[in-house]
Design a binder for this molecule. Structure first.
Ligand code: G3I
Length: 374
C-alpha cells in the first residue's frame, strides 16, 4: 500500500522513532523536524487552539513560532466573552478581538469566535438587570453589534454556549428565565442576520452523553424547524485520561451529522488529575487537599502513555468520521496555558494537551500525527 507523506522523510523518521519508543520524547528532535498537525490533517479537518492575550499580542515568543506552524484555526479563550467585549451598557471593547482578527489574517488562521450568548462571564450590568424589556434589548443589541462587527472576518461563531443541563433540559439561566426557551432560536436568527456567511454553532460540554445529547438534538431541531440557520454543533471535549467516552462520542458524531449539520470538537483537552465530577461547569469547584496535585514534579510514564493512547484512539475515531467533522480545537497551546491548572482546584499541575510546558511535543503529539499513517 502507498502512503502520501505529509512531511519530509527525515521528519517522518524522527516521528516514528518517538512513536515506537526508540527515543525518549525530549528535546532531541530539532524544531524543523517536528511535524505539523495542521499539515498532517489538512485534507481532513481544521486543527485549532485556544488563544490567550499573550498569544494574540505575540508576547509569548515560543508560542508565536509554534502556533502558526501547528494550527490553522483559533478560538479566543476569553476576550470575546460578553464580560470583556461589552463591559457596560452601550460600550464595547473591540481592541483585543480586532487584534485577534489581524493575527488570524497574518498567519492564515481561521477564527472561531467564542461566544455570543453564555450565562457565564456576563457583564455585571446585564447580570443585575431586572426588566425583561431591557434584558431583551441587551440580548438583541449584543448579538447585532458584536456579530456585525466581525461580519465576513470570522469563519464561525459559537452562537449559544452551554444552554443545557446534564439531563438534557434547559439550564435556568438568565436567558431562559427572562426570554423563555425560544432564546436559542432567536440568537441564531439574529446572528445569521448580522453575519450571513459565518458558520453558526451551538456549543456545549458533555453533549456526547446520551441524555444531554438528546436535549441537544431537540434544541437543534427546534432551530431548524423554525427555518433558522444552524450549521453545526460543538462538542467541547473536556475529558479525563483513561475514561474518554469513545462510544458516546461516535454515536454523537453520527446522530448530529444525521441532522445535516457539521460536528466540531471545540475545546479538546484530556486531564490527568483527580476529579469527582464530569464536565466543565466553571462554577463547580472542589475542596483542595494535598492528594489532588500528585504530579507537580512530573508526569509518571504510565500516565503519559495512557494519555498518548487516548489521544491516538480519539484521532482514529475523528479520521473515521472526517466527512462529518469540520474542526478539532485544543483548549490551549501548551500544558502551561491550560485552564485545568486552575480549575476545579487552584494551583495544580495538569498535563492535558499535546505540547508540554517547554513547548515540546509530548508522546501524545506523535501518536496523533501517526494516526495518518494507518
Ligand atoms: O483576567 C483576570 C485577571 O485580571 C485576574 O487577575 C485573575 C484572577 O483570578 O482572573 C483573570 O480572569 C480569569 C480568566 O479566566 C482569564 O484568565 C478568570 O478569573 C477565570 O475565571 C477565567 O477562566 C476562564 C473560564 O472559561 C471562565 O470564563 C478560562 O480561562 C477559560 O479557559 C474557560 O473556558 C471555558 C469556555 O469558555 C466554555 N467552556 C468551558 C471552558 C472551560 O471552563
Amino acid at each position: 500500500m502507498r502512503y502520501k507523506l505529509f512531511c519530509s522523510p527525515k521528519t517522518l523518521a524522527a516521528a516514528l522513532l518517538l512513536v515506537t519508543g526508540c527515543v525518549a520524547p525530549s528535546k532531541q528532535v530539532p524544531a524543523q523536524q517536528i511535524p505539523s498537525l495542521k499539515d498532517a490533517f489538512k485534507n481532513d479537518f481544521l486543527i485549532g487552539t485556544a488563544l490567550n492575550v499573550a498569544h494574540i499580542q505575540e508576547r509569548d515568543q515560543k508560542a508565536a513560532v509554534l502556533i502558526p506552524k501547528q494550527f490553522n484555526a483559533a478560538t479566543p479563550e476569553n476576550i470575546m466573552k460578553a464580560e470583556h467585549i461589552h463591559p457596560e451598557w452601550g460600550r464595547y471593547d473591540f481592541d483585543m478581538p480586532d487584534k485577534l482578527v489581524e493575527y488570524g489574517k497574518k498567519n492564515n488562521i481561521s477564527i472561531n469566535a467564542h461566544t455570543l450568548i453564555w450565562h457565564s462571564q456576563m457583564p455585571a450590568f446585564a447580570r443585575r438587570m431586572q426588566s425583561v424589556d431591557s434584558f431583551r434589548t441587551f440580548f438583541n443589541e449584543h448579538i447585532k453589534t458584536v456579530a456585525g462587527r466581525y461580519k465576513g472576518k470570522v469563519q464561525s461563531w459559537d452562537v449559544v454556549n452551554e444552554a443545557l443541563n446534564e439531563d438534557g433540559t434547559m439550564r435556568r439561566s438568565p436567558f431562559l428565565q427572562k426570554l423563555g426557551p425560544d432564546f436559542v432560536t432567536e440568537a441564531f436568527r439574529l446572528a445569521a442576520a448580522a453575519d450571513p456567511q459565518a458558520q453558526l454553532y451551538y456549543n456545549d460540554y458533555n453533549n456526547e452523553q446520551p441524555a444531554k445529547r438528546a436535549g441537544c438534538i431537540a434544541l437543534i431541531k427546534k432551530v431548524q424547524d423554525a427555518g433558522v440557520k444552524i450549521d453545526g454543533v460543538g462538542i467541547q471535549g473536556h475529558w479525563h485520561v483513561g475514561r474518554v467516552p469513545f462510544q458516546h462520542i461516535e454515536e454523537s458524531i453520527e446522530q448530529y451529522a444525521a441532522l445535516g449539520i457539521k460536528v466540531a470538537f471545540t475545546e479538546l483537552d484530556i486531564e490527568v488529575l483527580p476529579r469527582n465530577f464530569q464536565g466543565a461547569d466553571v462554577n463547580q469547584r472542589m475542596q483542595d487537599n494535598p492528594g489532588l496535585n500528585p504530579y507537580k514534579d512530573g508526569l509518571p510514564d504510565s500516565v503519559q502513555q495512557q494519555l498518548a493512547k487516548d489521544y491516538q484512539q480519539l484521532f482514529e475515531l475523528f479520521l473515521k468520521h472526517k466527512d462529518k467533522i469540520s474542526r478539532v480545537t485544543f483548549w490551549g497551546v501548551t500544558d502551561g496555558d491550560s485552564w485545568l491548572n486552575g480549575w476545579p482546584v487552584r494551583g495544580r499541575t495538569n498535563y492535558p494537551l499535546l505540547f508540554d510546558r517547554n513547548y515540546e511535543p509530548k508522546p501524545a503529539f506523535y501518536k496523533v500525527v501517526a494516526t495518518k499513517r494507518k
